[in-house]
Ligand binder design. Structure first.
Ligand code: DMJ
Length: 643
């Protein structure tokens, strides 16, 4: 809620205060908030002036009024008339000509005070003669000045840091005309999504492509933060959509403001905004993105002020007050949320030279390392007050997913130096494989969920990202099991493809079962939707990069066509409510991750591997590429700002 004092002047007002017509005969008897504010300002200026005048009087005159009889003993008096002549600066009493000069000086000051009083009263009268609009305009001008000052302060340049080796920012244009055509189709879809957002949802977080207006959810708070712009930037950049990129940059420069009274999801804002801004900075070299990323990160820091240092799920960007989702196991923090900050926070410390971000995420890691894990598994909930696990529910899909992803990627991003992260990843996936991964009767490998001591044979669309993760982590795996993990990645990719292929629309449901004769099919009505999610395509892309098996491009193309056929509307792209229905209804949301991830992974799938090579770039969980910090190990010693 906005406090009344901060409301725009045209907004809600307090009831008028009756000061009586006789007090201000030329003014209306009732005064509005803004006018009262001005009056108070004038009165306080007046009082300050009186007090100020008193303190400017020569000490001798003060002592005459407040004569305690001790002043000669306790107070060394500065004789202004003798400045420079009497190096000790002490008043020499009993000298007649000085007495006279003092009286003259007092008189002069009294006259000045009288004149100042008169002037202040005149100014007050003048102010009160002004119309409400004039007073409002003056207040607005003052406010703007303060905002400009704050902006200047916030935009101070950061210490220069050597940029990591930025290899592979190129067109990645494939030689094969068929593949080129497919890639162009994906680019055209991006244009369609962007242009419609530009036209109907500009500045809003997301787009309602059917209603053709802005859309938002509680993860972004109640303000227009242009989530789609920030999330889409790097995709626009790598697709060579430079005019669109510049439009986005301009909006961010002029409008993206984080000093809003808005409660946002720390995780979502980190992966979409900080990740998006950092990637845009590294790709384009435009300082504005780095500065905005750091401004936002500063606003997230109060979320870590909990008894354990495990951050709250949500934080108010203005007040810094944090809290957790009510539904999350008695007010717990969520593993996939507090465990998906590492990549961005390490980069923030790298770029700012300020270890605060790095320390926050390392503290989380250390705390997790010390905790007992049931069956070696990480439960999804952790209470930030007590430091104890909440409900014992483990998932590689929603609530858990990107925590595992970030362990692996912390290691990759550190140029494979962060062995602690690699060990945690290896331990975690060993436990996952043992307890959660199974083969269905029909031979499909799936990852279930562990709930209170039993395995639920259900897999979420979100979980499908794990195929790519296993492939990405194959190299460097314990006991040289690279082949095994690449195979596991391929099996998950196959299962997830089946979940698409067994639907009417050839688009994957939100969750699918392997139970009671059902395989890779959604059973409950509320699990049949597809909201433009990227995870299956993400896995196809990683599998393509590591195997070059053409089936992954084929599967990616099937998904592209299905999205274009069933999710495209004239106002953008929409999710669909039932992938098993031949006449689907739309959910009327164009998610920002569709532009950040789904279309980016498709574009990369039809590009050459030298565009953002995986030896040099690590993609955050929202598909924002961050460079490997070849110079920096986990102590970030490569950054001169740390030395
Ligand atoms: C994205 O915002 C991120 O990939 C996140 O990690 C979970 N999934 C959504 C899109 O499905």
């Amino acid at each position: 809620m906005t406090t009344p004092a901060l409301l725009p002047l045209s907004g809600r007002r307090l009831p008028p205060l009756n000061l009586g017509a006789s007090a201000f005969p030329h003014h209306r008897a009732t005064l509005r908030l803004s006018e009262k504010f001005i009056l108070l300002l004038i009165l306080s200026a007046f009082i300050t002036l009186c007090f100020g005048a008193f303190f400017f009087l020569p000490d001798s005159s003060k002592h005459k009024r407040f004569d305690l009889g001790l002043e000669d003993v306790l107070i060394p008096h500065v004789d202004t008339s003798k400045e420079g002549k009497n190096p000790g600066g002490f008043l020499i009493h009993g000298q007649g000509h000085d007495e006279h000069r003092h009286r003259e000086e007092e008189e002069r000051l009294r006259n000045k005070i009288r004149a100042d009083h008169e002037k202040a009263l005149e100014e007050a009268k003048e102010k009160l003669k002004k119309s409400r609009d004039e007073i409002q305009a003056e207040i607005q001008t003052e406010k703007n000045k303060v905002v400009q000052e704050l902006k200047k302060k916030d935009s101070k340049p950061l210490p220069p840091v050597p940029l990591p080796n930025l290899i592979g920012i190129n067109s990645g244009e494939p030689a094969d005309p068929d593949i080129r055509e497919k890639r162009n189709k994906v680019k055209e879809m991006m244009k369609h999504a962007w242009d419609n957002y530009r036209q109907y949802g500009w500045g809003h977080n997301e787009l309602k492509p059917i209603a053709r207006k802005g859309h938002s959810t509680n993860i972004f708070g109640n303000s227009q933060m242009g989530a789609t712009i920030v999330d889409a930037l790097d995709t626009l950049y790598i697709m060579g959509l430079h005019d669109e990129f510049r439009e986005g940059q301009e909006w961010i420069d002029k409008n993206l403001d984080f000093s809003v009274n808005s409660e946002v999801s720390v995780f979502e804002v980190n992966i979409r905004f900080i990740g998006g801004l950092l990637a845009a900075y590294y790709l384009s070299g435009q300082e504005v993105f780095k500065i905005k990323a750091v401004q936002l990160a500063v606003k997230l820091l109060p979320a870590f002020n909990t008894p354990t240092g495990i951050p709250w799920a949500m934080v108010n960007l203005k007040s810094g007050v944090g809290r957790n989702w009510g539904w999350a196991s008695a007010g717990s923090s969520i593993l996939a949320e507090f465990g998906t900050l590492h990549m961005e926070f390490v980069h923030l410390s790298y770029l700012t030279g300020d270890p605060v971000y790095y320390n926050k995420v390392m503290h989380i890691r250390k705390l997790l390392q010390k905790m007992d894990r049931p069956n070696g598994l990480y439960p999804n909930y952790l209470n930030p007050r007590t430091g104890r696990w909440g409900q014992h529910h483990t998932s590689v899909g929603g609530l858990g997913d990107s925590f595992y992803e970030y362990l692996l990627k912390a290691w990759l991003m550190s140029d494979k130096m962060d062995m602690e992260a690699r060990k945690m990843y290896d331990d975690a996936i060993e436990a996952i494989e043992k307890h959660l991964i199974r083969k269905s009767n029909g031979g499909l490998t799936f990852i279930g969920e562990w709930k209170n001591g039993h395995l639920e044979r259900k897999m979420g669309h979100l979980t499908c990202f794990a195929g790519g993760m296993f492939a990405l982590g194959a190299d460097g795996s314990r006991d040289d099991k690279a082949g095994h993990y690449l195979q596991l990645g391929a099996e998950i990719a196959h299962t997830c493809h089946e979940s698409y292929d067994r639907t009417t629309l050839k688009l994957g449901p939100e969750a699918f079962k392997f139970d009671g004769g059902v395989e890779a099919v959604a059973v409950r009505q509320n699990e049949k939707y597809y909201i433009l999610r990227p995870e299956v395509i993400e896995t196809y892309w990683y599998m393509w990069r590591f195997t070059h098996d053409p089936k992954y491009r084929q599967w990616g193309w099937e998904a592209t066509q299905a999205i274009d056929k069933y999710c495209r509307v004239s106002g953008g792209f929409s999710g669909v409510k039932d992938v098993y229905s031949s006449s689907p209804t739309y959910d009327d949301v164009q998610q920002s991750f569709f532009l950040a991830e789904t279309l980016k992974y498709l574009y990369l799938l039809f590009s050459n591997d030298d565009l953002l090579p995986l030896d040099n770039w690590v993609f955050n969980t929202e598909a924002h590429p961050l460079p490997v910090l070849h110079l920096a190990n986990t102590t970030l010693s490569g950054n001169p700002a740390y030395r």
